[in-house]
Design a protein around this ligand. Structure first.
Ligand code: DMJ
Length: 657
């Protein structure tokens, strides 16, 4: 759309309705000249640094540093988390002020000679990064108002019963399951192979080890600091203790048959889980972790407690969609309904992976509650995305929720893009293959990805590069390692002439991610790895070498195992179990590492909630029989919460009246 202001002569603009000359013809005063020269020199230095100094470009450039900060905030890197607020946890010894959440903890006795130097850099990087995050977070909280304020807008669509902090207590939550339509129980899933059984038992023991220490030291808090033995929170959860680990771990506890632990958690959810919290949370993370798990537990158990909690949460998320286009904002205050975007995200844009990773949960929520409003919101998001012209058939990572136009043309199957593609495929699978539009959009998008973003390294490693303003970046993030599983699921569910080729890509990507693990001293994979001749699938900089208990590579091992039965995937999974045990297990749980290339790596002291939801679930299922969470009956959401496929017994849709 042409804006009237753009038609004015270039030297004239309006500010508050008053014409303002941009350049006047009078000559500059010396002071002004000096200022102009200074600005010009600064600008030139920045450009020089950005384009000619690789290190600056990747670690210090203004743009990239913001991008990195985002990636880390969104994906909840432990070294980036905001300082744990004083939750009133009685045993807390946390005396860190802002920025005090930089955890470099050595547990081991022997350290390599150069480790000290490397650590100093890491500490400095992390301190700088933490300072940036604190600043960014404060800015988000205090400065940004513009088009994102929703106070004057209706909180929820008229088609949904309005909630208010006042009426929420009147709702009666039943914890007794409804009369079972049919007796639905999960099989135990023990594999015939005794080795697989033994390995699965090991994973279950790891689950219990992490869980019982969370219960002991951080019950009700979002996450556990397994070295400090106290609670921890990340900015994605806002500033309240929402029991993120309890909710995120729930369906894994159920699937592993840990009944006592599951029931204890269910009781906490019935009594304590309250979404009336006056703090900003990430819409995306709340959706995949909280809503996803509640829905999963409803499907698995039929207990209406989970449906009711899911409904309450879903309703509180709806105001985020009240934008001009219906494209939701990234952040929402679940109490006031105010929502907005991150100021830095391509001038206040919404993010592709976030807006595209709501479909499975919202569609299912509509089906079990009988309220169409949730589905209508995500269908509208898809409609907007579908209507836009795609550069080279690709979807950029940013979209403006006011104009409905793309922001910066960055494309990625790692952070910012990843699960958007995954959800197109899975929406089709979840619908019992009725949602043809989703499958078509997936097929078109993936064809463009294969053409423009899939590459082979000099030594033959298949990888997915990012594109920034059309320029390739020959590196992959750990987050993109889910793609092996996605490519194979896409190929195996629809036989066509490209299926074999996509299966090869799936195997190639999974192999590359395994290589990134195999090339480290700890046998755990780094956050980012590059493809440079002679040094492939390895990190280049200290800030890329951390491992934060991420699941994506194991997700691909699991899906590849189920779909190909190649035993190497189980072997690779077992390598991972051993590496986790050796390097991440500590007496009070599991922690991330700051440098996977160092045998005695510093620890980050965070036990991520997704370690239970995803990492251990995928490893457990890798060593289970295929009948436990069969891929014919279930789809995994982006946090590995299992959602039933329409038409299958566990779907439990509300009968249409
Ligand atoms: C999880 O929270 C989800 O998988 C999300 O989609 C991206 N990755 C983190 C774990 O790495």
């Amino acid at each position: 759309m042409t804006n009237a202001t753009n038609l004015l002569p270039s030297y004239q603009r309006f500010v508050n309705g008053v014409p303002v000359p941009l350049f006047s013809r009078r000559s500059f005063r010396p002071k002004e000249k000096y200022l102009i020269v200074l600005v010009f020199l600064t600008f030139s230095a920045l450009c020089f640094g950005t384009f000619f100094l690789p290190d600056f470009r990747n670690t210090g450039g203004a743009y990239n540093s913001v991008y990195q900060v985002y990636q880390k905030i969104q994906k909840a890197g432990p070294d980036l988390l905001l300082p744990a607020p004083p939750h009133g946890y009685s045993g807390s010894k946390d005396s860190h002020g802002p920025g005090g959440n930089v955890n470099i903890i050595h547990i081991g006795l022997e350290r390599p000679n150069n480790a000290e130097d490397e650590d100093i850099h890491i500490i400095e990087d992390k301190q700088k990064l933490q300072a940036k995050i604190d600043e960014e977070y404060q800015q988000q909280k205090t400065l940004e108002k513009p088009d994102t304020a929703v106070e004057s807008r209706p909180r929820v669509s008229s088609s949904v019963a309005p909630w208010s902090p006042d009426n929420r207590h009147e709702e009666i939550i039943k914890t007794v399951p409804p009369a079972p339509v049919e007796s639905l129980t999960l099989p135990d899933g023990e594999d015939k192979d005794p080795v697989a059984r033994e390995r699965r038992d090991k994973v279950k023991e790891m689950m219990l080890h992490g869980w019982k220490h969370y219960v002991r030291y951080a019950w009700g808090q979002n996450e556990l600091r397994p070295l400090s033995m106290k609670g921890h929170t990340a900015s994605i959860f806002g500033t309240s203790a929402m029991g993120a680990t309890i909710v995120d771990a729930l369906d894994t506890l159920y699937i592993m048959g840990l009944k006592e632990e599951f029931n204890e958690s269910k009781a906490w959810i019935a009594k304590k889980l309250d979404f009336d919290i006056n703090s900003e949370v990430s819409l995306f993370e709340t959706n995949i972790r909280f809503l996803g798990s509640l829905l999963s537990c409803y499907a698995l158990t039929g207990d209406v407690l989970f449906k009711e909690k899911a409904r309450q949460l879903g309703e509180r998320m709806l105001p985020a969609f009240e934008t001009d286009t219906g494209i939701p904002h990234s952040l929402i205050n679940l109490q006031t309904g105010a929502s907005r975007n991150y100021a830095w995200a391509s001038s206040g844009c919404s993010i592709l992976s976030e807006i595209g990773t709501l479909h499975l949960e919202f569609a299912y929520l509509s089906d079990i509650t009988g309220n169409p409003v949730f589905r209508s919101k995500v269908e509208n998001v898809r409609k907007v995305l579908k209507s836009l012209e795609k550069p080279k058939g690709l979807y950029p990572n940013y979209i403006n929720p006011r104009t409905g136009k793309w922001g910066q043309h960055h494309m990625s199957l790692g952070g910012l893009g990843d699960s958007f593609y995954e959800y197109l495929l899975k929406a089709w699978i979840q619908s019992g293959k009725e949602d043809i539009e989703a499958r078509e959009m997936y097929d078109e998008a993936i064809a463009a990805v294969v053409k423009n973003m899939v590459r082979k390294s000099p030594s033959g490693l298949v990888y997915l590069m990012d594109l920034k303003f059309g320029r390739p970046e020959h590196k992959m993030g750990h987050l993109a390692c889910f793609a092996g599983g996605m490519f194979s699921l896409g190929a195996k569910t629809k036989e066509n002439q490209v299926a074999n080729k996509y299966m090869e890509i799936a195997a190639g990507l999974t192999n590359t991610c395994h290589e990134s693990y195999n090339k480290t001293q700890t046998k755990l994979g780094p956050e980012v790895f590059h493809f440079i001749e002679g040094n492939e699938a390895r990190s280049l900089r200290s800030g890329e070498k951390y491992y934060i208990l991420r699941p994506e590579t194991f997700e691909s091992y699991f899906v590849m195992w189920r779909l190909t039965k190649d035993p190497k995937y189980r072997e690779w999974g077992w390598e991972a179990v051993q590496a986790l045990e050796k390097h991440c297990r500590v007496p009070a749980g599991f922690t991330g590492l700051t440098n996977v290339y160092q045998l005695d790596s510093p620890k980050d002291d965070v036990q991520q909630s997704y370690f239970f939801a995803e990492t251990l679930k995928y490893l457990y299922l890798l060593f289970s029989d295929d009948n436990l969470i069969s891929l014919d009956d279930w789809v995994f959401n982006s946090e590995a919460h299992v959602l039933p496929i329409k038409g299958k017994p566990f779907y439990r849709a509300e009968p249409k009246s």
